[in-house]
Design a protein around this ligand. Sequence first.
Ligand code: PAF
Length: 298
Amino acid sequence: MLIVRTPGECRRAVAELPAPVGFVPTMGALHAGHLSVIGRAREENAAVAVSIFVNPLQFAPHEDYERYPRVFDRDCTLLREHGVHLLYAPGVETMYPEGFSTTVDVGHLGEELEGARRPGHFRGVATVVAKLLGAVRPHRLYLGQKDAQQTAVLRRLVHDLDIGTEVVIARTARERDGLALSSRNVYLTPEQRAAAPALHSALEAAAHAIAGGERDPRVALEAARRKLIAPFREDYVAIVDPAAFTVLEELRRPALVLGAAYLGVTRLIDNLAVPGDDGVDPIVTPPLTAVRRGLRMP
Ligand code: PAF
């Protein structure tokens, strides 16, 4: 695996890779969730590039930028073991040198839900991903479903800025008890870890109500809240239109149930999609067929 540190080096290295190239952006501290997204990118592309960059622009001053886990050597070992061809790992000075002033604002999509709780977060995410895509120029961008609003924001970015990359959303990887894999799970105490699957159960309760034909969002949300009990402290649970990310006043399918809640100081997020009558998952991209895998993308 080649490790590159600047956009120029990265572009030159990607030009030498066989096409198509799948790209998985990360902030490191890799876990089985990242590895399953990387595994999918491996299956569907001739080469895989990964980035590791803990992006200061997407953290608010009170958030965990400083204490975000940084385990670069361990991450490199995992990436090598998983057949990654190229790692782009720029420093903060490379990404945001003195005088840097352009940011990418995705508008209302970045202002609701996570965006309302974390003002500026999606501007930070969109800006860094635009820069990473400029350096890697992949045929396909792979993102995990767990950060559902992030996937919607980045789809919008790729579309609106004519980036010409196919966006592929990979299903959330979970522990056996339902907890979504996340770099932040390492912060949980044993007691908090034992309580953590309740977030997934809460979303399942709401999803079950919607799938059963419930039309009133208050009823479905109440079913979720009954499961989201102490030590969890709810931040929000919401049911949105999966494409527009607008909160549904009257339930319909497809829908997306989202939740964010605290265990101590650790904030966990998760989501569950409820398909429409066609049974198609509104978030996760179906596996690419053999023919599509081989296509050279624009
Ligand atoms: O999901 C993440 O890890 C980050 O938000 C991303 C997409 C790598 C941008 O920093």
